[in-house]
Design a protein around this ligand. Structure first.
Ligand code: DX5
Ligand code: ZN
Length: 216
């Protein structure tokens, strides 16, 4: 069973980005999660290429880039060029998910596909065998610090069943409202990778919070 914690830099102190990313680098977190928002697919704008490059300089850990942008196929090659190891885009953000997946693979990155809380898990079925990972959003994308949506647990279990049938190697990532309080339940429901922003960066001891989630 895979268990990965991917802290979201969205909740870091951007005045001390280098310090905060190096803290993750020294922790038990295996990946660094990077939330890119365009103000169109979601009602918020986060950051783009210069910040990604700065993060790349501060850690050798895999950069797990979560694109909350419309028509992601326009930019996946640039994200890979600037340091993304894994690129996840939203099924709702493109007319041609298979094409976007192919472009991510051409760029050398791992390909992930995400769905918002209101999108049925069944919508993933046609493209599931093409991706390395599916990201189940457990809050509406756009902002950190929201409450975990409990219906996400059944969605993770449903996706795990679909993956057992179609793609046993698939990684399942969950993002939004995750802390040491629900990490164990999520891993047991079938999640492999947990993203956590606020719970990590607001903790008195972020590395200890990461360890608690991992060994929950
Ligand atoms: C939300 C982002 C999340 C977010 C998680 O759109 O995709 O990665 O940063 O933040 P928390 O852990 O605070 O819910
Ligand atoms: Zn995210």
């Amino acid at each position: 069973m895979t268990r990965i914690i991917a802290p979201s830099v969205l909740a870091a102190d951007f005045g001390h980005l280098d310090r905060d990313v190096r803290m993750i680098d020294r922790s038990e977190a295996a990946w660094v999660h990077i939330d890119v928002m365009d103000g169109l697919f979601v009602p918020n704008i986060s950051f783009g290429f210069p910040v990604l490059r700065a993060i790349r300089q501060a850690t050798a850990k895999p950069l797990d880039v979560h694109l909350m942008i419309t028509a992601p196929e326009r930019y996946v090659a640039r994200f890979a060029h600037d340091g993304a190891d894994r690129i996840t885009f939203h099924l709702e953000a493109t007319d041609d998910a298979a094409h976007c997946i192919a472009l991510i693979r051409d760029s050398g990155a791992s390909a992930g596909l995400s769905i918002k809380p209101g999108t049925p898990v069944e919508a993933l079925r046609p493209v599931l065998p093409l991706v390395d990972m599916v990201l189940i959003m457990s809050v509406e994308p756009g902002f950190g610090g929201q409450q975990f949506l409990p219906a996400s647990l059944d969605r993770i279990a449903a996706l795990r069943r679909m993956a057992d049938e179609l793609h046993p190697q698939l990684l399942i990532e969950v993002d939004g409202g995750i802390s040491a309080a629900n990490a164990r339940t999520l891993f047991e429901a079938g999640a492999d990778v947990l993203v956590a922003g606020s719970s990590v960066f607001k903790a008195a001891d972020p590395a200890a919070e990461i360890a608690h989630m991992l060994h929950a």
